[in-house]
Design a protein around this ligand. Structure first.
Ligand SMILES: [Zn+2]
Length: 693
């Protein structure tokens, strides 16, 4: 069947659609020849019988990739037109590339077959309704996708190989550059190097990215950035938060080559999604691949700190002014369970106001139960003690030492600022020279150069002013007299803190000068984490306050001692022993038999008699039964010393130790002569042993 015979009058009645696409903008601009070929198809359609007006060109998708139909408006329109039976023929260059993925292509073929639409490309004319043509078109689509896959696999394989060796040339962050022979080196520009070192040192000192940014702003320091791509220029701007995080998270500054730190995937609607991966899932890490600004260990520790800041309450909070009321941690307390600021509540006890720290934000906003409530008295006391213990001569000496280090740091910052001034001076001189060299008659160029020169001069003046201002501020150093005052604090501070004349508000202000925040978490006791202004942290455990019922309770060690004494002593004896030792009851009183008896009952301690009986001691009746003799005889034998007995209460009641089998036999023999003379007396209680059961 030749091409012409496939075209019927029905086809010619409908329109011819020419689909034109170049996948990237670069192709659209550069590869005009292919566009030319695509338009040549139009002439073929006319040759086949369509009129010029019938040919509709769809070229909305120029510069769109063919990987998915989602964003390709033109392709969707084409499918719609074919589905509605408007298209007699669809034309495209290498038609299988109309759709770069097989699903879209087969769908189009299906619809073309149903609506009897022809397909035309440079190789020929196809009728998708015919089996052979359909097979060929399907195969073309599959080949096209396979070709794409092979191309990509080769490309990625090459990249991965290079990456595995750590030789893949990737864009470097500021501060690192490639040498002529493709090795990575630190940027030879010393100002850039200093700025990066300054950033890492500041983070090391402050422990927070946000604090690093603030420090740079305060010092009036600029941070380098890459200028326009390929220009090799460095732009100096204010350091931003995201920039700081990028630098701190970038392993290349630790001299490590990394590849595959993120993964790209497609969402259901065809959008590209980039996901950062955790470090253990990176594809390749090669440590010590090139020189860096920090060590790998320092990099890891920075990551840990950043993660800690993220989880903790790193964001600056406002604690509000110090108010009346004794609660020391007003505005400083943070809930250790949810990280929210804790509020205050007071309760009265014996005419005193006692603070409670309450985490109730969620309770107020969402009606859920209060997160935690912590009795504040003991916490405030512990914090007070900690503050007094912290302001020691040694601690203050450390402060002065730190001040000396700060001075060195300030000198370093000033050096960086002067370098910046120097650089701008050079640029201004350079701009002036260029202006001087230009032909004054060439007004257009001369004006532009003059404007550039002026701009450079303005920047220079600004930088000079900032450097001077900062230098003036920095040079307000501590005098010897002030140092003496600081040392005197070690004795003054505890005195002032303990002085009853010092108001609660002043004490709170002092606490705020020293403390950043205090995190409280209630378990069996209260776990207190104190952060000082300088970044130091201390952890304390404060026992929970006693409930009022617990205050009357006999202390557990005393109960344990009573339990131990019961093994050898009666209640009355124990009361006497404890009183002799000066031990007091829970209420602060003396012990007596009744109290010991109550305690035994309350704590379910076994009494003296029970304990003896478990050990095998016998009552008089049991003993009489054992020896097969009257009760009086047992008492008699005890009196003469043949049987051992002990008192188990304050009365004269006795328990008998079970004699050995020899003794039993001996006693029984002695009893023999009497047995036939006197009959066994009844087992009724007798006056002398009354009370013994
Ligand atoms: Zn909470």
């Amino acid at each position: 069947m030749n091409a012409e015979s496939k075209v019927t009058a029905e086809h010619l009645r409908r329109s011819a659609y020419l689909y034109i696409r170049q996948s990237s903008l670069h192709q659209v601009l550069e590869n005009t020849e292919s566009t030319e070929r695509q338009y040549a198809l139009r002439r073929r359609a006319i040759a086949l019988g369509w009129t010029d007006e019938q040919v509709i060109v769809i070229d909305h998708d120029q510069g769109q990739s063919g990987a998915s139909a989602t964003d390709r408006e033109g392709f969707q329109r084409l499918v719609a037109e074919v589905g509605l039976g408007q298209a007699g023929i669809v034309m495209g260059l290498e038609v299988s590339r109309l759709a770069r993925n097989c699903a879209d292509w087969h769908r189009l073929l299906e619809i073309c077959a149903l609506s009897g639409t022809l397909i035309l490309d440079e190789d020929g004319l196809y009728e998708p309704g015919h089996y052979n043509d359909r097979l060929l078109l399907g195969l073309k689509g599959t080949m096209s996708e396979a070709e794409l896959h092979v191309l990509r696999a080769r490309l990625i394989g090459g990249i991965l190989n290079q990456a595995q060796r750590g030789e893949l040339k990737m864009p470097l962050p500021i501060g690192l550059v490639y040498t002529e022979d493709n090795r990575v080196e630190l940027d030879p520009d010393s100002q850039v190097q200093h700025s990066l070192r300054m950033l890492f040192a500041t983070f090391e000192r402050t422990g927070a990215a946000w604090a690093t940014v603030q420090s740079f702003r305060r010092e009036g320091l600029k941070f380098p950035r890459r200028g326009q791509a390929g220009s090799g220029e460095v732009a100096w701007r204010e350091l931003g938060y995201q920039m700081t995080l990028d630098v701190l998270h970038n392993p290349r500054y630790a001299g490590a080559f990394c590849f595959g730190r993120s993964r790209t995937s497609k969402t259901a609607d065809g959008k590209t999604r980039i996901r950062e991966l955790p470090r253990d899932q990176w594809r390749y890490i090669k440590q010590q691949a090139h020189p860096g600004y920090i060590t790998w260990e320092a990099f890891l520790s920075n990551q840990q700190r950043l993660l800690g800041n993220y989880r903790g309450n790193g964001a600056p909070r406002r604690s509000g002014p110090a108010r009346e009321g004794p609660a020391l941690l007003q505005g400083l307390a943070i809930c250790g369970k949810c990280g929210r600021a804790m509020s205050l509540r007071y309760h009265e006890r014996r005419g005193r106001r006692i603070p409670d720290y309450v985490c109730q934000r969620q309770c107020i906003e969402k009606g859920v139960p209060v997160c935690q409530t912590i009795h504040g008295e003991a916490i405030d006391e512990a914090i007070g003690q900690l503050l007094i213990a912290s302001v020691t001569p040694l601690a203050l000496e450390v402060v002065l030492q730190v001040q000396r280090e700060i001075d060195t740091r300030l000198a370093e910052a000033q050096r960086l600022r002067l370098q910046h001034v120097q650089r701008l001076q050079y640029e201004a001189d350079h701009a002036r020279l260029r202006y001087m060299r230009v032909d004054p008659n060439n007004r257009l160029v001369a004006d532009t150069l003059e404007a550039q020169w002026n701009e450079k001069l303005r920047l220079l003046a600004e930088a000079k002013q900032t450097a001077e201002q900062q230098h003036r501020l920095d040079s307000l150093q501590i005098t010897e007299e002030q140092k003496e005052q600081i040392r005197a604090l070690a004795t003054d501070f505890p005195r002032l803190w303990r002085n009853p004349q010092t108001s609660d508000r002043d004490r709170k202000r002092m606490a705020r000068l020293l403390l950043e925040d205090v995190t409280l978490r209630r378990d069996q006791d209260v776990f207190v984490q104190v952060r000082f202004k300088g970044g130091a942290a201390r952890e304390l455990r404060v026992p929970l306050p006693q409930r009022s019922c617990d205050r009357w309770r006999t202390p557990p060690p005393v109960v344990a001692e009573i339990d131990r004494l019961l093994d050898h002593h009666s209640d009355a004896e124990i009361a006497r022993i404890l009183n002799e030792r000066g031990v007091k009851t829970g209420g602060g009183g003396r012990f007596d038999t009744v109290k010991i008896c109550h305690l035994r009952y309350y704590y379910r301690l076994k009494g003296r008699r029970e304990r003896l009986q478990t050990q095998g001691w016998l009552t008089v009746r049991q003993m009489a039964a054992l020896l097969e003799c009257p009760l009086t005889v047992v008492i008699h034998w005890h009196k003469v010393g043949l049987l051992t007995a002990t008192r188990f209460n304050s009365r004269a009641d006795l328990l008998y130790q079970r004699p050995s089998d020899d003794v039993i036999a001996k006693i029984r023999t002695r009893l023999q002569p009497h047995r036939w003379r006197a009959p066994q007396p009844p087992l009724n209680p007798q006056p002398c042993i009354k009370g013994v059961i």
